[in-house]
Design a protein around this ligand. Structure first.
Ligand code: SAH
Length: 298
């Protein structure tokens, strides 16, 4: 979809774009192709797209994959998408599906974040490929990227600042809660910047497309994940403070000291210095100790 076509459609329908919905449409064909190539799609793939907008990415996803489920919040855009991609489907205003002559297409009218939170689907044989609405990009990723139900690949365009947090390593300025919650299950492969002028209208922030691969082997079993999340959130609750002091709010000092000694982490260390692997080990040890002390009290 070229810039001139985007303008035409919007004018013909008298649509004023809604800034709060992050409506910046990607019209640069090279960048769209790059995104789709990064997703390494085949006809065997099922793709989840969040925020299809006017469908420039949807069009390519339908050509390359076997099935696309697109979730869009703006009903005005949904009508356009339905006409473009599923003209023969029933117009029930909520959920439409059809065959486009290419892949199978399903279009859902919903707030994607609420949908993902309410409907705990198994996305493990899906790929997420989307130019995300920037205001909800991080919570959507946290919701989707955690656990055994996570998609096998994530290729998303979002603010460059969030992309850097997803790619960060210990001691980087951008390293933090989002990094660790997503990297527990996903290995960040790479990212590339997309200049503002590739979008209409141009966003105020820089954008980047991030490629994340789900880890072949989970770093933690399901039952230790809740503790990992608790540790990470508490440890980063005050970035400049020593994490041992912060963790004391939830764990006994002695247990923490033993765990830190076992992992050879200095008691003075701040969270931003610890690697993902060290957080994983800490979750294991603190959970084991919890179980032991539970069994002693029984
Ligand atoms: N993918 C399109 C549009 C990106 S703009 C393109 O690349 O051109 C972001 C899109 O997300 C808009 O269509 C906006 O209406 C939609 N959106 C915003 N918040 C949403 C939410 N919570 N759930 C689903 N879609 C949302």
């Amino acid at each position: 979809m070229k810039l001139s076509e985007i303008r035409e459609v919007l004018i013909a329908r008298d649509i004023q774009l809604t800034k709060s919905l992050g409506q910046n449409f990607l019209h640069d064909q090279n960048q769209l192709r790059r995104i789709v190539e990064a997703a390494e799609l085949s006809k065997a793939d099922k793709v989840l797209e969040i925020g299809p907008g006017l469908g420039p990415l949807t069009e390519l996803l339908l050509q390359k994959s076997g099935e696309v489920l697109a979730i869009e919040k703006d009903l005005r855009l949904l009508e356009i998408l339905r006409e473009r991609f599923a003209p023969l489907s029933p117009s029930d205003g909520e959920r439409v599906s059809g065959r486009t002559g290419e892949g199978k297409f399903e279009l859902l009218h919903a707030d994607a974040l609420k949908f993902l939170q309410n409907e705990k689907r198994d996305w493990s044989d899906w790929k997420l490929v989307a130019n995300l609405p920037y205001s909800v990009a991080s919570p959507i990723l946290v919701e989707l990227a955690c656990g055994a139900r996570a998609p096998k690949k994530i290729v998303v365009t979002l603010q460059c600042e969030v992309a850097k947090r997803l790619m960060a390593q210990a001691d980087d300025d951008d390293y933090g809660i989002l990094t660790l919650l997503v990297q527990l299950d996903f290995a960040p492969r790479t990212f590339f910047k997309i200049p503002p002028e590739c979008f209409f209208p141009s966003p105020d922030v820089d954008s980047a497309c991030v490629i994340l691969d789900r880890r072949a082997q989970p770093l933690l079993p399901e039952n230790l994940r809740a503790n990992f999340v608790r540790i990470v959130k508490r440890a980063f609750s005050q970035r400049r403070k020593m994490m041992l002091k912060l963790l004391k709010a939830n764990w006994q000092l002695e247990k923490l000291q033993n765990a830190f000694a076992e992992l050879k982490i200095s008691p003075q260390e701040r969270a931003e210095k610890l690697s993902l692997e060290q957080f994983v080990d800490l979750a294991r040890i603190l959970t084991e100790n919890e179980c032991n002390s539970d069994s002693r009290t029984i």
